[in-house]
Write a protein that binds this ligand. Structure first.
Ligand code: 13P
Length: 240
């Protein structure tokens, strides 16, 4: 199956910076060995949409509200993302869970909405360091998946991104053994719930650790933060 290389830009890159990055990226895109997806900040999505038209490169939003419209000041609409040509919707990133208090039930609503609109939800799951150290990882991931997918349709496309919270932006990448073991757990939990989905790894992925991580069992690609902000490092990862 084709690998997926996704770039989560978080709150970086203006519309102008987005255009400039994507125009450079398009020149090297042929080196990519899988599908490429960009998640720019909401205000730069339209710039990405214009730049990527007809390129074969996908884009999506980092979050949306669980309703398509209404009195929700400051929120963004998944319907508008769809109208702009977006393909993916990132849902339940650990920064959304921790900083913006998103819970599994809100996340489950968003996954269902994305699927209903014909977008592909990229559901993020992952444990904190305390949870891993107290050997709760399996139970945490099982709960996040069961609740996050409680309203999802197994016949519609879905992507899961496993991002251990302690590896995000810390430079502390999970070991290949940890990745292999946890991705196998995630694969088995998904099977038990009746879903099949590519499982991406995220957390301090860099050009020098990408090929070793990609070789582990059930690793369907990467969700990259910091190293996706430069064309050179991201294309190196996407051509792993
Ligand atoms: P880093 O690659 O910067 O660790 O971020 C990972 C991440 O949060 C992607 O969603």
């Amino acid at each position: 199956m084709k690998k997926i290389f996704a770039a989560n830009w978080k709150l970086f890159k203006s519309p102008q910076e987005t255009r400039s990055f994507l125009n450079s990226f398009k020149k090297v895109f042929s080196q990519a060995t899988g599908e490429v997806v960009f998640f720019p900040p909401a205000i730069s999505i339209e710039a990405a949409s214009e730049c990527l038209k007809g390129s074969g490169i996908h884009f999506g939003a980092q979050n949306c509200h669980a309703q398509v419209q209404g009195a929700f000041t400051g929120e963004n609409s998944a319907q508008v993302l769809k109208e702009l040509g977006g393909t993916y919707l990132l849902i339940g990133h650990s920064e959304r869970r921790q900083i913006f208090s998103e819970n599994d039930s809100m996340i489950g609503e968003k996954v269902a909405l994305a699927q209903n609109l014909g977008l592909i939800p990229m559901l993020c799951i992952g444990e904190t360091l305390e949870e891993r150290e107290s050997i709760h990882t399996f139970r945490i991931l099982e709960t996040q998946l069961a609740l996050g997918l409680s309203k999802a349709d197994p016949s519609k496309p879905l992507v899961v991104a496993y991002e251990p919270v302690w590896a995000i932006g810390t430079g502390k990448v999970a070991t290949p053994e940890q990745v292999s073991e946890t991705h196998t757990d995630v694969y088995n939990i998904l099977q038990r719930l009746g879903f099949t989905a590519p499982i991406l790894y995220g957390g301090s992925v860099k050009p020098d650790n990408a090929s070793n991580l990609l070789a582990q069992s059930h690793v369907g690609g990467f969700l990259v933060g910091g190293a996706s902000l430069e064309v050179e490092s991201f294309i190196k990862i996407a051509s792993t």
